[in-house]
Ligand binder design. Structure first.
Ligand SMILES: [Fe+2]
Length: 230
């Protein structure tokens, strides 16, 4: 099943790559970071695969966002924000029609929800937001902060982590943020496998450093973390 889904994701990603290469590159990085975090948390293989796919596809709705908005220098105005904010629902529709399962579609639909209910499209709050979504939304934010935007400089890994940590427990799930803070800096850099191309196999070098996680291994999640993630 994984290989079928990966093949399908490759096809969708190829379309995104063609139309929105910068969004596709962002999606690959978010997927790699999310998978690294999921591996560190010791999550099950099928859960990791769902996270990988959901993260790869989370912004696919931006294929339908007008170019004049995505390519506009500077911040979008209020009306443009409304159009931009439609991309999770558009993305969910694309994924649903492409045959991805409900959990993948849920990640796509809710990746801009925030634990304090300030997100969109449905203003869900913790703990209603599924834990897989919470992982992808934190890593989505992390990559956005550490990437260049027309309207601001990219932040360092340390600065981005500090900024996200300030919103732990409000916007972001504190357990996910604790995982982000514990990840070694080397695992928060894009690797060669995060570049455009085929999606890497879970055990491939793009996602797990040569030699495995080794010294990077975090303590196994305790009961409190497991409860938070369930
Ligand atoms: Fe998004």
């Amino acid at each position: 099943m994984f290989q079928t889904d990966l093949g399908r994701a490759d096809a969708v990603l190829a379309a995104l790559e063609k139309k929105r290469p910068e969004v596709a590159a962002h999606s690959r990085r978010v997927s790699a970071y999310s998978v690294r975090l999921a591996v560190q948390f010791g999550l099950a293989r099928d859960v990791i695969e769902t996270i990988r796919l959901g993260a790869l596809l989370h912004d696919v709705g931006k294929m339908l966002t007008p170019s004049r908005i995505l390519e506009k220098p500077g911040r979008p105005n209020a009306r443009e924000w409304q159009e931009l904010k439609a991309h999770p629902e558009l993305g969910q529709e694309i994924c649903h029609r492409s045959g991805f399962d409900d959990e993948v579609c849920t990640i796509v639909l809710y990746h801009h929800e925030r634990c304090d209910g300030s997100g969109y499209p449905d203003r869900l709050a913790h703990p209603v937001i599924p834990y897989m979504v919470r992982i992808v939304s934190v890593m989505d934010t992390f990559d956005a902060l550490t990437s260049s935007r027309d309207y601001r400089e990219r932040l360092s890994v340390a600065a981005a982590r500090t900024l996200i940590a300030r919103s732990a427990g409000s916007k972001y799930c504190p357990w996910v943020v604790s995982g982000l803070l514990a990840l070694p800096v080397q695992m928060l850099q894009p690797g060669p496998g995060d570049a455009p191309g085929v999606i890497r196999h879970p055990q491939g070098p793009a996602l797990i450093p040569v030699g495995g996680l080794g010294e990077f291994q975090l303590p196994r999640p305790g009961a409190a973390l497991q409860a938070s993630l369930s």
